[in-house]
Design a binder for this molecule. Structure first.
Ligand SMILES: Cc1cc2nc3c(=O)[nH]c(=O)nc-3n(C[C@H](O)[C@H](O)[C@H](O)COP(=O)(O)OP(=O)(O)OC[C@H]3O[C@@H](n4cnc5c(N)ncnc54)[C@H](O)[C@@H]3O)c2cc1C
Length: 411
């Protein structure tokens, strides 16, 4: 059944814009589209938007899932648009039609693709079956639950975390926050690089010091297979594992590969206006977009691209010249549990426990801005989150440790 027939579209004065993906990029795009000028439909496979930068905090249970979720329909309807909770299966570009898994379809005048990233297991046997990818609120909450179950076991509390990049380090920090002092846990970190954040000499040593000898480290090693009770490394070593957490990297969403706009697993090539190189009616924003000058896959870029894609959709529909996307480069902050914080900006990294407060402030501001309080209940929720965040920070301890600040230069 067609949701909107083409004949109906042709008679309407307002063009139909479809936004596929309602996360950082898609929600910013929908916010920037004026409901008086366009009929906008936003689609996402899941009903709740997830604040991914703090998902790792679910592992220590310092945050609860509800603190990272907002209802997509209410965010989208606040901008005067429709929301459909469904998975899109393919695009018929000739017909300008987007098909949904449930058999429905939507016709569009312009389409904004904001389908993001998915976890990459590099085809390594057993990863998909036996490892948990804590890349979403549900998966991280599941990992936290499994960690709590391990904590109840008399022995055999072996955890293997694969991937020591930014996301992996944030997860490790939270595991240490909750279970680091428990000597019955054996925590392994497997990382293919020879050092952590190798571009910044000295930072590796600082992170190792923060680990306080509570982690068994396997640098320069690849995982060759994951089994139900162990992880096999490329040197033949087998690590016992009751819980394997996978943070091995990202790939483009399955949808963009299926839609013929990119190779499977790759992002969609766009020009500097965020317009697809294959189809002028399609604009791409966020992690899914591949610009000539590749950008880091991070929230501020995804949000800025979402807003810019909406602007250019409007210009394109009005037959006006498109504007070049010029990203503002911002620092990124990663936390290592309650032990340290690191800000990465260009050739410099600043390490200081005081940065834990900055990460929390970014969450408080960004998450609540997604859906600003509209009722007394919302205000109570915001106040509760703020109080919870301040308590979890342990401000006195942070102030006491704030002298422990250092700058690292990229080599
Ligand atoms: C664990 C983790 C921690 C991170 N930490 C940070 C951080 O600290 N700071 C930072 O800046 N960045 C961080 N990032 C990166 C950041 O989250 C991404 O850059 C950002 O989410 C990209 O936003 P996006 O809107 O492009 O895509 P996504 O957030 O990936 O959203 C894509 C959306 O598209 C939907 N979708 C995909 N395919 C379909 C389909 N076929 N049908 C319907 N819906 C579909 C998905 O359901 C999803 O909601 C982190 C990422 C992860 C996974």
């Amino acid at each position: 059944m067609a949701l909107l027939s083409r004949r109906f579209l042709a008679r309407r004065p307002r063009p139909q814009v479809v936004v596929l993906g309602a996360s950082f990029a898609g929600l910013n795009a929908s916010r920037a589209l004026d409901a008086k000028k366009f009929r906008v439909t936003v689609i996402d496979a899941a009903p709740a938007a997830q604040w991914l930068p703090n998902v790792h905090e679910l592992l220590s249970q310092i945050k609860k899932p509800a603190q990272l979720l907002h209802d997509r329909r209410s965010i989208v309807s606040a901008h005067g648009h429709d929301f459909i909770c469904a998975s899109a299966s393919r695009i018929d570009r000739e017909q300008q039609r987007l098909y949904l898994d449930d058999g429905r379809w939507l016709d569009y005048d312009a389409l904004i693709l904001a389908t993001g990233s998915t976890a990459n297991d590099f085809g390594i046997p057993g990863v998909a079956t036996h490892a948990v990818y804590p890349r979403s609120v549900e998966a991280a909450a599941r990992a936290a639950h499994l960690l709590s179950r391990l904590a109840a076991l008399p022995s055999g509390r072996d955890v293997v975390l694969v991937g020591g990049g930014i996301e992996g380090l944030e997860m490790l920090g939270e595991i240490l926050r909750r279970h680091g002092q428990d000597q019955r846990f054996t925590i392994h970190l497997v990382e293919v690089a020879p050092r952590l954040l190798p571009q910044f000499p000295g930072l590796h040593e600082r992170l190792l010091e923060s680990m306080q000898g509570q982690v068994q480290l396997h640098f320069g090693r690849r995982v060759s297979a994951v089994h139900a009770d162990s992880v096999e490394l490329d040197n033949g070593e087998r690590l016992a594992s009751r819980l394997t957490l996978w943070s091995g990297g990202r790939r483009g969403s399955a949808f963009t590969g299926n839609s013929g706009l990119s190779q499977p697993g790759a992002d969609v090539a766009v020009d500097d206006t965020l317009q697809s190189q294959l189809d002028a009616r399609i604009f791409v924003a966020g992690d899914a977009a591949l610009l000539a000058q590749a950008l880091k896959k991070q929230v501020p870029y995804a949000q800025a691209m979402g807003t810019h894609a909406a602007l250019n959709v409007e210009l394109w529909l009005q037959h006006k010249p498109l504007q070049t996307f010029r990203p503002l480069h911002l620092p990124s902050v990663l936390t290592f549990g309650d032990r340290d914080g690191i800000m990465l900006y260009g050739n410099q990294a600043l390490a200081s426990p005081a940065l834990l407060a900055l990460k929390e402030a970014t969450y408080q501001y960004g998450f609540h801005q997604w859906s600003p309080p509209r009722s007394g209940r919302d205000v109570v929720r915001l106040a509760r989150d703020l109080r919870h965040g301040i308590n979890a920070l342990d401000v006195w301890r942070l102030l006491a440790k704030s002298a422990d600040t250092r700058i690292f230069q990229a080599s």
